[in-house]
Design a protein around this ligand. Sequence first.
Ligand SMILES: [Zn+2]
Length: 57
Amino acid sequence: MALWKCSKCGSTKESRCKPKKCPSCGEMETMCKEESMTSGEAKGGCKAQGTCKKKAS
Ligand SMILES: [Zn+2]
């Protein structure tokens, strides 16, 4: 299980796959993977989109 954190509101959510939107603020594409979780379950499963692309202003 991976932990995902919203880059907007800071809310975290446990999920194997990257949440499409934040369950807290509802913002899309703001969930970034938190690497603090243990276990080696990073492989397999869904595509690990570890990078959180912020629009550089
Ligand atoms: Zn959020």
